[in-house]
Each structure stands twice: as structure tokens, then as C-alpha cells.
Design a protein around this ligand. Structure first.
Ligand code: ACO
Length: 318
């Protein structure tokens, strides 16, 4: 028994914040942001939107594409760094909004690698026969975690959600999953503050050593892709589509170059929505599925890295 993605969906909030808008907010320029990151715009959730709202739209789109209804879903995993509340989990809130009855539902917190972690976890449930149709979602409202006076971080992120339905199949599907973490880097990329008794304690915003993140990301993303292709006796050139976490075009280009994968085999969406953390991989996947780039039987490699550090890859046959 294998697991196979049978439907993808995504959602971006209506409000668009361009680099030109940011020029009016902080001391930055469109040219700096585009050349350093590749980002031209990002989407920002409305004040009353929470992560489960974005997840709901993305999930409905994925379920429609898979041809399943809420009755068919028997596992929900939500990857998010920006849950609606401390508890209940965003997965339970989403379960209620979708009208899915009695199934396991839980959140995964692995920051920008969250979707890869969630998909790898769902694969174990589905390929072992414990579940038939898992809904796997990445959803984020990073605009709430940003200091909008800090130009070094506020230009990088955006809000959005992406989802897939992972179903039982006699044919692969997911070929292998590869997860890693190193807590030695806890302080390099973090939101260190907290809320206690209604008061913010410490720094509640994204805190990042950008150049350390950059170097680490390129190193481990190359390693984890090599690990995935070696495990399946493949070469990097066998990959039809590389779907990287959409943090920064320079990280994406450097990783592809080290692997010898040409950029026309890499799905890039960071320009349109910035870094949406756990949502970025399913967002990019959905775009490439819907515009017809990803075709049946092709080899697709998803990879990501995030705070923790965490990193991982999922290799699958479409
Ligand atoms: N606009 C204009 N100038 C800026 C901005 C901005 N938005 N932000 C920083 N600068 C300035 C700095 O103050 C600095 O000025 P100085 O030389 O006068 O001190 C100058 O630009 C260069 O700063 P650096 O931090 O050295 O710039 P760098 O070329 O390293 O680019 C960046 C910064 C884009 C953050 C880069 O380090 C990077 O891409 N890191 C990866 C971070 C990332 O993608 N994080 C996402 C989360 S992690 C993940 O998803 C994997």
C-alpha cells in the first residue's frame, strides 16, 4: 500500500502588499528587495482572518480536486507556526469548519519545514493502511509575527495556505520521506517572546540572523535532496520538478545550481507571495499542478528548511 496526492488546493488573501507599498513604510527599495530575495509582492490576511480560515479555502479546493467530501477525510494534519490560538489546535478548528466528523486531527510545528513534516507523517498513516484520505495543510498568517518597522524581516514574509489530499493507492505515490532537525540553531531564527497573562513578554516578532540562515539552508537542502535521490537510486537529473520552500530566490537558485538542476525544472512562486513558511511548498505545488506543468508519472521532489533548524524532503511520483 502506498500514499498518493490526489488533489491540491491553495488560497491567498485578497490584500496585496507590493514592494512599492513597503517603500512608504520602511527605509527600503523595490530594487533591494527584488535583487536580495526575488519577492515583488506578498498577500496579507484581513484583520479578522485566522490561519484556519485560509486553511479552509485551500482544503476545499484540494478536496474538490481530489473528488472527496468531508465524509471521506479520516485524518487532518495542519502545519502552522501561526495557529488561531494556543489550543485547540488549528487542525481541530479546521475539522469543525469543514464538517469532518471524528478523525484524528493535530498540528505540526516545524516552521518552514512544517508541510514536509506533516506530509511525511500523513504518509505513515496512509501507507500503513490506518487512514484512507488524509488532508494535509500548511497555513500561515506571518503578518502577525512581523515588526513592521524592521526592514530586515518585514519585507520577506506573507500570508497564505496550501493543502493536499493524500489517499491510499496501490501504486506510488510517495517514494520516500527524509526529516531532520538540529536544535543547536534555536537562536538563529526564532520568535523568542511569549504572551503571559495577556501581556507580551520579550520580543514577539521574527528574529533572524539572515546570512547564517542563508548558508545553512543551501547546505542542508543540497544534502537532503542528495539523500532522497540516493535512497531511490536516482540522479538529480532524473527529477522532473523541484518544488523548494519559497523563502528566497537566491537560496532556491544556489541549491538548484549545487544539485545541477536547471531552473526551468524548479517551481518558483516566491515573487508573487513572499515566504509563507509552512504554506509555501503546497502553494507552489498547487500552482504547478493547475497550470499543467506537473504531469502524470513525473518525479517531483519537495524540500524545505526552517527555524529549529528543521529540514526535510519528500520524493514522489505524480
Ligand atoms: N531594505 C534595504 N536595506 C536593507 C534591508 C531592506 N529591506 N534589510 C537590510 N538592509 C540593509 C542592512 O541594514 C545592511 O546595511 P548596512 O550594510 O548598512 O549594515 C545591508 O542591507 C546588507 O544587509 P545584509 O543582512 O548583509 O544583507 P544580505 O545581502 O545578507 O541579505 C537577506 C539579507 C535577504 C535577509 C539574506 O541574508 C537572506 O536571504 N537570508 C535568508 C533569510 C531568509 O530567507 N529567511 C526566511 C526565513 S528562513 C527560511 O524560510 C528558510
Amino acid at each position: 500500500m502506498y500514499s498518493r496526492i490526489t488533489g491540491t488546493g491553495s488560497y491567498l488573501p485578497d490584500k496585496i502588499l507590493t514592494n512599492q507599498d513597503l517603500e512608504r513604510m520602511v527605509d527600503t527599495s523595490d530594487e533591494w528587495i527584488r535583487t536580495r530575495t526575488g519577492i515583488t509582492q506578498r498577500h496579507i490576511a484581513a484583520k479578522d482572518q485566522v490561519a484556519s480560515d485560509l486553511a479552509l479555502y485551500a482544503s476545499q479546493n484540494a478536496m474538490k480536486a481530489a473528488g472527496v467530501t468531508s465524509k471521506d477525510i479520516d485524518l487532518i494534519i495542519v502545519a502552522t507556526t501561526t495557529p488561531d490560538m494556543v489550543f485547540p489546535s488549528t487542525a481541530c478548528i479546521l475539522q469543525n469548519k469543514l464538517g469532518v466528523e471524528n478523525c484524528p486531527a493535530f498540528d505540526v510545528q516545524a516552521v518552514c519545514s512544517g508541510f514536509v513534516y506533516a506530509l511525511a507523517t500523513a504518509d505513515m498513516f496512509v501507507s500503513s493502511g490506518k487512514c484512507r484520505n488524509a488532508l494535509v495543510v500548511g497555513t500561515e498568517i506571518y503578518s502577525k509575527l512581523l515588526d513592521w518597522n524592521d526592514r530586515s524581516t518585514c519585507v520577506l514574509f506573507g500570508d497564505g495556505a496550501g493543502a493536499v489530499v493524500l489517499s491510499q493507492s496501490e501504486n506510488p505515490g510517495i517514494l520516500s520521506t527524509h526529516l531532520h532537525a538540529s536544535g543547536d540553531y534555536c537562536n538563529v531564527l526564532s520568535v523568542p517572546g511569549s504572551i503571559s497573562g495577556g501581556k507580551v513578554e520579550g520580543n514577539p516578532y521574527v528574529n533572524m540572523e539572515g546570512s547564517v540562515v542563508f548558508k545553512f539552508a543551501v547546505k542542508v537542502l543540497e544534502e537532503v535532496v542528495q539523500e532522497a535521490i540516493a535512497k531511490n537510486n536516482l540522479q538529480a537529473t532524473d527529477i522532473d520538478w523541484l518544488i523548494p520552500h519559497q523563502a528566497n530566490i537566491r537560496i532556491i537558485q544556489s541549491t538548484a545550481k549545487k544539485l545541477g538542476i536547471p531552473m526551468d525544472k524548479v517551481v518558483v512562486a516566491v515573487d508573487k507571495h513572499g515566504n509563507t513558511s509552512a504554506a509555501s511548498i503546497p502553494l507552489a505545488l498547487d500552482i504547478a499542478v493547475r497550470d499543467g506543468r506537473i504531469q502524470s508519472d513525473q518525479l517531483v521532489l519537495l524540500e524545505g528548511v526552517g527555524g529549529g533548524f528543521t529540514w526535510g524532503a519528500v520524493l514522489l511520483r505524480w
